[in-house]
Design a protein around this ligand. Structure first.
Ligand SMILES: [Cu+2]
Length: 271
C-alpha cells in the first residue's frame, strides 16, 4: 500500500483519564497504576486507505499524541503487549483482538480484513509511560455487501468451539446493571465431558473476556474489559465484572487451548 494514498480519516477525542478507565474497565489489576499520576489526555489518530473493501487486507496505523499534539514515544507493556486493539462490527457480529506492532515515534501498525461491509468500531487500549491505561475509540467503514445484522440470542449459554464445550454461568443468577457479577465459563471436552486440561496462559491470564454493550453508536462507555480471577479449577474460568447499564451485551471469552486462541461468544441481557 502506497503511503501517499493513506489519509487520516478520523481523529477521536474520546480520551479517558486513568480514573475513568478504572471506573469502567473495573478490574483490580490496573488500580495501582492510576494513583499518583497527573491527569493527562491522549488522542489516537488512525490512518487507513481511502477505500476499504470487504475481503481485502489493509493496513491500519494508529498514532498516539499527547494533549499538546506531540507524538507519545514511550509506552509500557501491559498484559504482555504495548497496545491491545479490539475490533468489532457495530452490530457486534464480528470480533477481532489485535496487537499492533510499535514502529516508534508514537506509531502503531497492524493489518486486518473484514469479511463484510458496514460500520466497525476499534477500541484501542495502551499505556503511555507514567500515565496509566488509556483508551481511544476509532471508527471506520467498509465498502461492499452488507450482511443482515447479528441477532442477539440471550438464551444461549452453551457453545461448542472445536473440541471444547463452553458453558456460561452467572452469580448472582440474574444479571443486573452496576452490580458486581461473577461470570464463569466452564470448559469441558465434547468427547467425554471431562474438564479441559490443555489450557495455556493467554496474555498473562487464564483467559480474557471482552464485554461490549449493544448500542446504536458504540462508544467507550459500552466497553468493559474484565480479567480472569486467579483461583478455582483450571477448567473453570471466572471473571468479576460490572455491567455499567441495563441492556444487551456481547461477551467474547478467549483462551489459549493447545497453543491456539479459541473464542467463545455469548449474548446476555442485563436488567
Ligand atoms: Cu490484547
Amino acid at each position: 500500500m502506497n503511503k501517499n494514498c493513506l489519509q487520516i480519516i478520523m481523529v477521536i477525542f474520546l480520551m479517558f483519564t486513568a480514573s475513568a478507565v478504572k471506573g469502567q474497565a473495573d478490574h483490580p489489576k490496573h488500580e495501582s497504576h492510576s494513583s499518583g499520576s497527573a491527569v493527562k489526555s491522549f488522542q489516537a489518530e488512525m490512518s487507513v486507505p481511502d477505500e476499504i473493501r470487504q475481503g481485502r487486507i489493509f493496513p491500519i496505523t494508529i498514532l498516539i499524541k499527547d494533549e499538546k499534539g506531540r507524538n507519545v514515544t514511550q509506552f509500557e507493556t501491559f498484559q504482555e503487549k504495548l497496545m491491545h486493539l479490539i475490533v468489532v462490527s457495530d452490530d457486534l457480529g464480528f470480533f477481532r483482538h489485535l496487537h499492533p506492532d510499535y514502529k516508534g515515534n508514537g506509531s502503531f501498525l497492524t493489518e486486518t480484513m473484514f469479511p463484510d461491509a458496514g460500520a466497525y468500531t476499534l477500541f484501542s487500549d495502551y499505556k503511555p509511560e507514567n500515565s496509566g491505561e488509556q483508551f481511544s475509540v476509532l471508527k471506520l467503514r467498509v465498502k461492499g455487501t452488507v450482511r443482515p445484522p447479528a441477532v442477539p440470542d440471550t438464551k444461549k449459554t452453551e457453545k461448542i468451539v472445536g473440541d471444547v464445550r463452553v458453558s456460561m454461568d452467572f452469580s448472582p443468577k440474574t444479571v443486573k446493571a452496576n452490580e458486581e457479577t461473577t461470570v464463569a465459563f466452564d470448559l469441558k471436552m465434547v468427547s467425554d465431558d471431562s474438564p479441559v486440561k490443555d489450557l495455556q496462559p493467554f496474555l498473562g491470564e487464564k483467559a480474557h473476556l471482552v464485554v461490549i454493550r449493544k448500542s446504536e453508536i458504540l462508544n467507550a462507555n459500552d466497553y468493559v474489559h474484565a480479567h480472569a480471577m486467579k483461583e478455582g479449577e483450571t477448567s473453570v474460568i471466572k471473571f468479576m465484572t460490572k455491567f455499567p447499564a441495563a441492556g444487551v451485551y456481547k461477551l467474547w471469552c478467549h483462551f489459549n487451548y493447545k497453543n491456539e486462541v479459541v473464542t467463545a461468544d455469548f449474548w446476555i441481557n442485563a436488567e
